[in-house]
Design a protein around this ligand. Structure first.
Ligand SMILES: [Zn+2]
Length: 543
């Protein structure tokens, strides 16, 4: 017990020093581009991302007139009522479509954590903590984003690691950490230090105010592109679940946005500056945190590795592949409600080669264990708390399973057919519109989107196929059932989360977007994918 407490204290202390250094550096350093960058030309944008924005809570509060500033932007801008976020529904990764206009599954990375089978060391790409710097390095260099396309003009971001090419990157890491873990003994102790305590800690409300104050300072330099992540809605849900405070925080953010719009006006930028209010994913509360490594050990005699959730002490990802010699699989958590499973090929004796190639569903359905061949898909589907599963079946087909219901998604020339085998895992047959597409015919991605928007799994055909057909994605995609989290005792300081994201359910994938473009007529779009909003942003900035 004592050992655990001192370890936590030691880690916290290191975290404190690291973050304090980072924060004071990034916030206090003189702007590199102050007065040296060329004058901003043409249209500009400020993108405010409200991390973990629940569509239903947003709509309730909008209708109750509790979000007057967002309402104003909706009435004068483009309102995407049912936006479709990236899948997995993950922070950072899900920013990609907005800055490139492309589906996140083409970014070269597959979430906030994934396993790169091609490397000899550092295979587990975990972008949480100090290793966040690898996100910009790992993404596809061919695809230029809006920071890179702005050339030498001043661009800036607050709290983003998906910002390759940005000229100034500010972080509020320490304040964010203190607000997220404010209720834990260590941070309660820090906050209680007379005078100093108040200055070095923040709550969720103070954090968002602080971040928006920084954003207003950046505005003075008229950034071509400005990206601001407001992380507290997401953090609050992870730590506390959805309480009444979530809506109160949302109204606080609304008032900060009102003030921000006023600042744009005061600075004389309102004729050229677009404002995007977006989010990366929704939220879902959990009441049970599970650890599938136990199920695999007990049920199949297979050893899965999970890795740490956060890298605090190093920014290097260097664990050699040889270290996986005694492991059968790697369990990679995203948002805690979805995970990838990368399995070792049990037939291949050479350690390195045994990790190199994605296993297809027929191999997973007859996976060799000491107890004989086992059907991993069937095994997983039977475990408590396990929801939708997906794996690649062959070059053009994805296998999906929920409990004992199975189906396939097949692609041919950018059209997709959904073929239930037993039951209907996506539940499309229960929806008047979606059931029209259960005709064994191929339909375009946009037809699928339009017909599935009101189901529990909106746009799942396109999102699942495009993700699971990539060679470097996990062999298996695992989503939890509603109320379950896949990361028991995984998180720093708190162990278990009370809310999360990462999955494919509408609560996580379907979110609102607002894009205000100066001097353009207001309109409402019933649905649009995040990459389409990214395309609109790019057209506004560079056409
Ligand atoms: Zn999150």
């Amino acid at each position: 017990m004592l050992k655990k407490t001192s370890l936590i204290f030691f880690i916290s202390f290191c975290l404190f020093i690291c973050l304090l250094t980072t924060v004071s550096y990034s916030v206090n350093k003189p702007s590199l581009y102050n007065n040296t960058h060329p004058v901003t030309t043409g249209n500009t944008i400020s993108i405010l991302l409200l991390d973990g924005l629940s569509q239903s809570i947003f709509e309730q509060n909008l209708q109750a007139n509790k979000l007057p500033n967002l309402k104003k932007l909706i009435q004068s801008g483009t309102y995407v009522k049912n936006g479709i976020g990236a899948f997995p529904s993950m922070t950072g990764y899900a920013f990609y479509p907005f800055i490139t206009g492309k589906d996140a599954s083409t970014s070269g990375i597959y979430g906030l954590r994934w396993f790169d089978r091609n490397l000899d060391k550092g295979n587990l790409r975990n972008y949480v903590g100090r290793t966040n710097i690898h996100m910009n390095r790992d993404i596809n260099p061919q695809q230029k984003n809006i920071f890179e396309l702005s050339g030498d003009q001043y661009t800036c971001s607050i709290n983003s690691y998906m910002n390759k090419g940005v000229k100034e990157s500010a972080l509020t890491g320490w304040r964010h950490t203190t607000s997220k873990f404010k209720h834990t003994p260590l941070f309660r102790f820090l906050a209680a230090i007379p005078y100093f305590g108040k200055r070095i800690t923040a709550d969720f409300f103070e954090h968002e105010t602080y971040a928006m104050d920084l954003a207003k300072k950046q505005l003075e330099q008229n950034p071509k592109v400005q990206w601001v992540t407001l992380p507290s809605l997401d953090a609050m849900n992870h730590i506390h679940g959805t309480t009444a405070n979530y809506a109160t925080l949302l109204t606080h953010i609304d008032s900060l946005i009102g003030n921000f719009v006023q600042t744009i006006d005061n600075l004389g930028q309102s004729d050229t500056r677009a404002i995007a209010i977006i989010t990366d994913h929704g939220i879902s509360d959990v009441h049970q945190n599970i650890d599938l490594r136990k199920n695999f050990k007990q049920g199949l005699g297979l050893a899965l590795k999970r890795g740490v959730s956060v890298h605090l002490l190093t920014d290097a990802l260097e664990t050699p592949l040889e270290e996986f010699e005694n492991k059968d699989g790697y369990f990679v958590i995203n948002g805690n409600l979805s995970a990838y499973l990368y399995m070792r090929n049990p037939i291949e004796k050479d350690t390195k080669l045994s990790w190199r190639k994605k296993l297809l569903s027929p191999q997973l359905q007859a996976y060799s264990t000491a107890k004989g061949d086992r059907n991993l898909l069937h095994f997983l589907a039977q475990q408590e708390g396990i929801g939708l599963l997906a794996a690649q079946q062959n070059d053009s087909t994805i296998w999906i399973q929920l409990d004992d219901q199975t189906a396939t998604i097949t692609n041919f020339k950018n059209s997709y057919v959904y073929m239930p085998i037993s039951g209907d895992p996506l539940g499309y047959s229960n929806d008047t519109l979606a059931s029209k597409l259960l005709d064994n015919q191929f339909h375009s991605a946009d037809t699928w989107l339009a017909h599935t928007i009101q189901t529990d799994y909106p746009d799942a055909i396109y999102r699942l196929y495009e993700l699971m057909s990539k060679p470097d994605v996990g062999d298996l995609l695992i989503c939890s059932k509603k109320g379950y989290d896949l990361a028991a005792n995984y998180e720093l300081f708190v162990g278990n989360y009370k809310g999360g994201h990462g999955g494919l359910h509408k609560d996580l994938l379907k979110v609102p977007y607002i894009l205000y473009l100066p001097n353009q007529a207001s309109k409402q779009l019933e649905f649009a994918r995040s990459e389409e909003v990214g395309e609109m942003i790019m057209a506004y900035l560079f056409n």
